[in-house]
Design a protein around this ligand. Structure first.
Ligand code: IDP
Ligand code: MG
Length: 170
């Protein structure tokens, strides 16, 4: 079954110059990259992305982490990988959430760490289910930034520019 998954190379991955390395590891999956960009992470985007963790004691530090405030790198690389069993394949390569417990050959096991403030700096984000992938891809990308049709869209016309039509997620 073909699936899409959102991958983020987090600010620690960028600061440690791991982009090439991570993309090489992910290429082992033979999945297709169908969207890719560098993105600034606004507070609102960060909070929406991690909404499932808002009650956790590490939430505020996690938001600072994903926004780049701990690494002086105010950006992430966002990608969508697509193909057979994409979510499982990418999660497996990434390793478990806690980098100290992740298999040592996984991306997180190789390059992650736990900060003194207790945040798991684990280098990459990978969606963990199809529902999560759908929510996250719609949050991070516009329909026209993804080169396959993943989810339904609608066309909207901006009031001020009647000739300008834009596709947004339905
Ligand atoms: P995931 O990234 O493996 O899907 P989630 O539970 O969705 O794990 O958590 C999102 C991110 O929040 C993790 O990647 C990690 O950076 C951080 N995090 C999760 N659980 C903890 C924790 O118990 N302590 C510190 N940081 C955590
Ligand atoms: Mg998660």
């Amino acid at each position: 079954m073909n699936q899409a998954t959102l991958i983020l190379i987090k600010p620690d991955g960028l600061k440690k110059s791991l982009t090439g390395n991570i993309l090489t590891r992910l290429s082992e999956t033979k999945l297709e990259i169908v969207a890719a960009k560098m993105a600034r992470v606004s507070e609102s985007l960060a909070k929406k992305h991690y909404q499932h963790l808002k009650e956790k004691p590490f939430f505020n530090e996690l938001i600072r982490y994903i926004r780049g405030e701990l690494h002086d790198r105010y950006k992430v690389m966002a990608l969508v990988y697509w193909g057979e069993n994409a979510i499982h394949k990418c999660r497996e390569l990434a390793g478990t959430t806690n980098p100290e417990e992740a298999e040592s050959t996984s991306i997180r096991g190789s390059y992650g760490r736990i900060t003194t403030a207790g945040v798991y700096e684990n280098v990459v984000h990978v969606s963990s289910s199809e529902d999560e992938a759908k929510r996250e891809i719609k949050l991070w990308f516009k329909p026209d930034e993804v080169i396959v049709d993943l989810y339904p869209v609608k066309e909207i016309t901006e009031k001020e520019y009647k000739e300008h039509k834009e596709r947004v997620w339905l």
